[in-house]
Design a protein around this ligand. Structure first.
Ligand SMILES: C[S@@+](CC[C@H](N)C(=O)[O-])C[C@H]1O[C@@H](n2cnc3c(N)ncnc32)[C@H](O)[C@@H]1O
Length: 288
């Protein structure tokens, strides 16, 4: 196999962004909070609407101290994404039936909170993140005492050997992974997807999204300065064929391109990523 030029577990550009030079830092983000998040903060978290703007900006400042992702600086975490997925009705039904859901790169656990607000019990929900954003998440959602699920600070690439991930090994029904795999080049994404297979068993579903492009290929983005591979539906299916062949597993892959507006972001704001970069939603089903 070719060498990856992105051998890291997490990219180092997330630890050195200077706000004043950063293409994805926005001075204010509260104005882009979708109505359903205001409603969640009011009804689930018990925070009056008049306090939301301050609460959101104080939270963002704490998150920026942890890591400086585009979604941190731009407030991408204000909108849950799994609930937009074509497979969300299936995910909800399976979660309500007590199946295990793991959100990899969970950040503050915003997608898991949406599942709970939509009726899933929290005790089969797991969030994994290489950096602990979950304590800020508990303060943001004000549910530390009520939350029955688990958050684990771990690198998901260590799934085969890390004792904290053992309960999830070959035992996870639904994996959600959003805006994580795209942080690597092709070989790095093969490694990431291979690690995902170790969470699964036949019947498992992996859903998520990441950057996409009509013509797949390697890019180096302004501000990030690392070689990334941007997928389209065809290349993403090829990735899973390659991963299936090397792991002795079999996968059915579906993928759908979307404009940034699909997650409430103006495409013009993402122009710094380069021409044609948009979103790719995916659902990958383990059939053997
Ligand atoms: C761009 S953010 C996406 C957050 C969230 N999934 C979303 O879509 O809004 C990527 C998240 O993945 C986490 N992450 C990056 N590499 C990881 C790894 N190897 N293992 C676990 N988490 C990782 C980061 O700390 C960060 O919280």
């Amino acid at each position: 196999m070719a060498e990856s030029q992105t051998k890291y577990s997490e990219p180092d550009y997330v630890q050195k962004q200077d706000k004043s030079q950063c293409p994805f830092w926005r001075a204010t983000i509260a104005e882009r909070t979708p109505p359903e998040t205001h409603e969640l903060l009011e009804t689930y978290s018990g925070i009056p609407h008049s306090e939301h703007d301050d609460h959101i900006h104080r939270t963002r400042d704490r998150l920026w101290e942890i890591r400086q992702y585009p979604c941190t600086g731009g407030g991408g975490w204000l909108k849950a994404q799994l609930c937009l997925s074509a497979v969300y009705p299936e995910v909800m039904a399976r979660a309500k039936a007590g199946e295990t859901v793991v959100d990899i790169g969970t950040f503050i656990g915003h997608d898991l909170r949406r599942l709970v607000v939509d009726g899933a019990p929290s005790d089969h929900l797991w969030g994994i993140d290489i950096a602990n954003h979950f304590d800020v998440g508990f303060d943001f959602f004000r549910d530390r005492e009520r939350w029955q699920g688990k958050f684990i600070e771990a690198d998901f690439l260590t799934v085969e050997t890390n004792p904290t991930l053992k309960p999830l090994r070959a035992n996870t029904d639904i994996v959600f992974i959003a805006s994580v795999l795209h942080q690597w080049d092709w070989v790095g994404q093969v490694r990431g997807a291979t690690a995902l297979t170790h969470f699964t068993k036949p019947g498992s579903l992996i859903a998520g999204l990441q950057m996409g492009k009509p013509v797949a290929g390697a890019v180096v983005m302004q501000g990030l300065k690392v070689p990334l591979y941007i997928q389209n539906p065809e290349s993403f299916a090829k990735l899973w064929e390659e991963v299936g062949a090397s792991t002795g597993t079999r996968w059915e892959t579906q993928a759908w391109p979307h404009p940034w507006e699909w997650i409430g972001i103006d495409s013009a704001e993402m122009a710094w990523m380069g021409p044609g970069v948009q979103l790719l939603e995916f659902a990958v089903r383990r059939v053997a």
